[in-house]
Design a protein around this ligand. Sequence first.
Ligand code: CP
Ligand code: NVA
Length: 310
Amino acid sequence: KPQVPGQVKHYLQFSDLNREEYDYLLKRSAWLKAKFKSYETWHPLHDRTLAMIFEKHSTRTRLSFEAGIHQLGGHAVYLNTRDTQLGRGEPVEDAAQVISRMTDIIMIRTFGQEIIERFAANSRVPVINGLTNEFHPCQVLADIFTFVEARGPIQGKTVAWVGDANNMAYTWLQAAECLDFQLRFSAPEGYQLDTSRLTAKSAKYLAICSDPKEACKGADLVTTDVWTSMGYEDENTLRMNAFQDWMVDEELMSLAKPDALFMHCLPAHRGEEVSAGVIDGPQSIVWEEAENRLHVQKALMEYLLCGRLD
Ligand code: CP
Ligand code: NVA
């Protein structure tokens, strides 16, 4: 049922859900995935509409949300800045009031986190973060589901982040704090995490390593992302030079546990943040990771609209 703005459950960052809710979502994702794989129909969101607002490019996010809502019995509407009044200066608050009166759930990919927060504050229906400059919670949810599927619980494990202090890195940190695993972060000087964004809990779950080798040593999972995220293209040349020694290659992977996995949210640049040998090699699980966006987001949409169904 439509609700009053301010009283709706949204998913704007990883810390918006607690560990118990994640335990449920991970189980539910596996259940929904099994149903999908056996071509069983499951339409809890029959006649519901998802609005998808994109202010940045996307392949995986658009496809997984659109296919996902369809598989749950609903329908998606794709909106982008270029074609909507958002691109002509309509206030985010007004757009939220209107879009949330015509649809049941909304996904947004935009620039600053404050934009999605302003939108959500004025929305009568749940809003999901499909990536902002600050966070990418749906991706890390898929990554954790992928890890758990392959290796069992992530609690107590060590994840090495090799690369930029971007939306993915901060989301991994929130996940470590919520799900109780260690995050080792390694980036070149000038591209470190902003200490003002760390929480009281961070010290327990985060280790900052000046050398990527130190970060990867004994890790259960090694993960990275593009050196230049969307919206930061002007810094590309500077970043290419600064990150030269932060490519995840065979040598770095050899320092991790022998059964360590490699993940990348994609799109990837072979020969920059990851070598072809690693991303196309036996430890890489990037295609499963991409597919799992579909399954976890179905669980998430179902949960935000229907609550627990187990
Ligand atoms: N990983 C990810 O979010 O991919 P897209 O940018 O293609 O949506
Ligand atoms: N950090 C990247 C992720 C792309 C899915 C970006 O924000 O562009």
